[in-house]
Design a protein around this ligand. Structure first.
Ligand code: NAD
Ligand code: IPM
Ligand code: MN
Length: 356
């Protein structure tokens, strides 16, 4: 049965990087992959067209398809809009609407990029970490929230960190199962010394760990985890953490793999439906210049094929093609180093297609 994919280019560099991933998808379809796709707007592009960052048009398509490929959303021209209309709210809304609570962000260092990282090659070589970030709870969604005026006339901003037991259990299960398929080491990151929400987090993760006796679990405070990630990143196999800590730690981990332009992600619900997107944003500083690194998006397409289309072979073909172009010495500006050939976003797409 043919699989249906929604493509959401988004804003900034989104359309440029998505165009390269779609060329790869087109080639796979031409060679017999049983899938089709349609475009829909999200974020600022959707606000421009429909007056809302996650309009009904996009909702209807995204609820029906098997998988979604997203570029990125956001841009300075939208930062003055009232909050519910901002592009970032569209992204949070689609994650919540489709219950995409399980966010997988693999930070893998391709050996060819050992010198692209700002850390010493021996610290990062061979690095392969999976960050499992909870994506539909925490301070991102907790109520009450907002900015209100106190009796004395000054304003106060409020956000609420909260997690229910069941939310912690379901993300914990994803993380333990991922660890079982890898090196069987799970580090749960929290701030249980200060925050009750994460005290409960630690208690529940400890409780679930009894069901996975083959996985060794450690717990680490988030401040220490941030330090350990740059000091000795290879001590980690799978990291599981909440929404806000996962957001920050995954950007940090991206630099271990050379550039944020290399880090793909999958956001999954309980039934294998997923949204796939690079972990970076819309990079307004380089948008429209054909400079962006499309590899995180192309690698996100590989994750889409693996987790939602159950096509491991096609996923590996893409990942190997990416390895090949890096071995050929082709680099976009974000991963450029002396002795390599600097290429544009679309030239990188050309090279991946040729290597496929
Ligand atoms: P960003 O990730 O867009 O950019 C940070 C830096 O990394 C910039 O210097 C940018 O040029 C560079 N960069 C990012 N992706 C790159 C790529 N593929 N190739 C080369 N360089 C790349 O983060 P930001 O500047 O904090 O945010 C910009 C906008 O993106 C904001 O509106 C923000 O809300 C939004 N954002 C969206 C997402 C998403 O859609 N998932 C994620 C993060 C930020
Ligand atoms: C990400 C982004 C989003 C997040 C923003 C744009 C809402 O930073 O996908 O990492 O914070 O989750
Ligand atoms: Mn982020």
């Amino acid at each position: 049965m043919s699989k249906h994919i929604a493509i959401l280019p988004g804003d900034g560099i989104g359309p440029e990087i998505i165009a390269q991933a779609v060329r790869v998808l087109d080639k796979l379809i031409a060679e017999g992959l049983d899938a089709d796709y349609q475009y829909a707007p999200l974020g600022g592009a959707a606000y421009d067209e429909y007056g809302h960052p996650y309009p009904e048009f996009t909702q209807n398509i995204c609820r029906q398809v098997d998988a979604i490929l997203l570029g990125a959303v956001g841009g300075p021209q939208y930062d003055k809009l009232e909050r519910p209309l901002r592009p970032e709210r569209g992204l949070l809304a689609i994650r919540k609407d489709l219950n995409l609570f399980g966010n997988l962000r693999p930070a893998i260092l391709y050996p060819e990029l050992a010198n692209a990282s700002t850390l010493k090659p021996e610290v990062v070589s061979g690095l392969n970490i999976l960050i499992v970030r909870e994506l539909t709870g925490d301070i991102y969604f907790g109520e009450p929230r907002g900015i209100h005026t106190l009796p004395n006339g000054e304003r106060e901003g409020i956000n609420t960190m909260r997690y229910s037991e069941s939310e912690i259990r379901r993300i914990g299960k994803i993380a333990f199962e991922a660890a079982q398929k890898r090196n069987k080491k799970l580090c749960s990151v929290d701030k249980a010394n200060v925050l009750e929400t994460t005290e409960l987090w630690r208690e529940i993760i400890t409780d679930i760990s009894r069901d996975y006796p083959d996985v060794s679990v450690t717990h680490m405070y988030v401040d220490n985890a941030a330090m350990q990630l740059v000091k000795a990143p290879k001590q980690f196999d799978v990291i599981v953490t909440g929404n806000i800590f996962g957001d920050i730690l995954s950007d940090q981990a991206s630099m271990l793999s050379g550039s944020i332009g290399m880090l793909p992600s999958a956001s999954l619900n309980e039934i294998g439906k997923g949204m796939y997107e690079p972990s970076h944003g819309s990079a307004p500083d380089i948008a429209g210049q054909n400079l962006a690194n499309p590899l995180a998006t192309i690698l996100s397409l590989a994750m889409l094929l693996r987790y939602s289309l159950y096509n491991e072979h096609a996923a590996q073909r893409i990942e190997q093609a990416v390895g090949k172009v890096l071995a050929q010495g082709l680099r976009t500006s974000d991963i450029f180093e002396e002795g390599c050939q600097r290429v544009s976003c679309s030239q990188m797409g050309d090279a991946v297609l040729a290597a496929l």
